[in-house]
Design a protein around this ligand. Structure first.
Ligand code: SF4
Length: 362
């Protein structure tokens, strides 16, 4: 049963220097044509389930004009929603307005995710972002004033030019926003991005690890629970939608470049706007084998600090996890722990979870 849905809105007013997501410059006339194609894709593939989570991501969904957003929400009214749905939209500081927030409320959006990344002037400029400390404060105040309580902010660190001092100032500023969820990202210098092409020397690994540990310790002092490698939430505010991914559950993915997992099939949509608008939406799809499904259960599940449930694994695959993966070996090396029938990577090793997962799949 598929009860979650991701919707991709690829338009952005500006392109960030680190971005390798599926995004395009917004040009007038383009959006409504894109939304028509999105409507066709949904009508063709959605099977009518009641959804527990919807996540509108991008791109920058909030950069759409009010009338374009109205059209988007009209299309999304094709989707049946549970009463207690978690319904998220991604926004950036520059494009949030009171009018748009009112529209979000009208259509049932109850979670706002805001890309901020940093408020350090040098970093804002190098990342080609366009907010200021003051505009962030005003935006958060407005979002709260408009009645939204479930708010996420994105926090980025690990810039090649970052000092301990500028990192700590950013960290304190994010904590001062007093929002219940913070997603953290360490900057990756991806090829074919403006920063990637500058051939910068990445930040020293030890300094980056210090930043990660500082984030963990500081956020925990401020009442945030570290529940996934890079995600922190106050009690009751974990992201239900993202947990669907980490729990290896199925979800629809609609829109340019979106990926989905429906009826044992994982698929990825084309990143070509031309193909997408002509209805040729899927780029690649394959049926997930039992082995792949078991591996995904662990690769994704071990991102959660709580880990994977041995009982769920057995129920799902009619096999014991120990008979499939080298659990004992990893336990002996202290790379895995077990508590209350859950297997998890110890918190002090979660930073090297990728290396542990390689050994896990060995
Ligand atoms: S706003 Fe997001 S999607 Fe758009 S360019 Fe920046 S990082 Fe990429």
């Amino acid at each position: 049963m598929t009860t979650s849905c991701y919707i991709h809105i690829p338009f952005c007013d500006d392109i960030c220097s680190y971005c390798d997501f599926c995004k395009i410059y917004k040009r007038s006339g383009q959006v409504l044509r894109y939304l028509d194609a999105l409507e066709q894709e949904i009508k063709k593939h959605y099977r009518g389930e009641k959804l527990k989570t919807i996540y509108i991501g991008g791109g920058t969904p909030s950069c759409l004009k009010v009338e374009e957003l109205e059209r988007l929400f009209e299309i999304l009214s094709l989707l049946h929603k549970e009463k207690e749905i978690e319904y998220t939209i991604e926004c950036n500081v520059e494009s949030i307005t009171q009018e748009k927030l009112m529209l979000f409320s009208k259509y049932g959006i109850n979670r706002i995710s805001i890309g901020i990344q940093t408020v350090d002037d040098i970093s804002i400029q190098k990342l080609n972002r366009h907010h200021t400390k003051e505009s962030v404060l005003k935006t958060i105040e407005l979002v709260k004033k408009m009645g939204f309580t479930n708010i996420n902010v994105d926090f980025m660190y690990g810039f090649p030019w970052q000092t301990k001092d500028s990192f700590e100032k950013d960290l304190q500023f994010f904590l001062s926003l007093d929002v219940p969820h913070i997603s953290t990202y360490s900057l990756i210098l991806e090829e074919h991005t403006v920063l990637g092409n500058q051939r910068l020397t990445p930040l020293d690994e030890e300094l980056e690890l210090w930043m990660y540990n500082t984030i963990k310790e500081t956020f925990s002092q401020y009442g945030y629970m570290h529940y996934e490698v890079s995600n922190f939430a106050r009690v009751g505010y974990t992201s239900k939608h993202n947990l669907v991914y980490w729990n290896n559950e199925e979800y629809y993915g609609f829109g340019l470049g979106a990926s989905g997992y429906v009826n044992h099939i994982r698929y990825e949509n084309t990143r070509s706007l031309l193909k997408y608008e002509s209805g040729n939406t899927v780029l690649e799809s394959h049926v997930v084998t039992k082995r792949e499904d078991m591996e995904n259960e662990c690769i994704l599940g071990l991102r959660k600090l709580k880990g994977i449930s041995k009982e769920t694994f057995e129920k799902k695959f009619s096999m014991q996890i120990e008979d499939v993966f080298p659990i004992e070996r990893l336990k002996q090396k202290n790379l895995l722990k077990e508590q209350d029938h859950y297997l998890f990577i110890p918190e002090d090793k979660i930073y090297i979870s990728n290396e542990i997962l390689l050994e896990f799949l060995d």
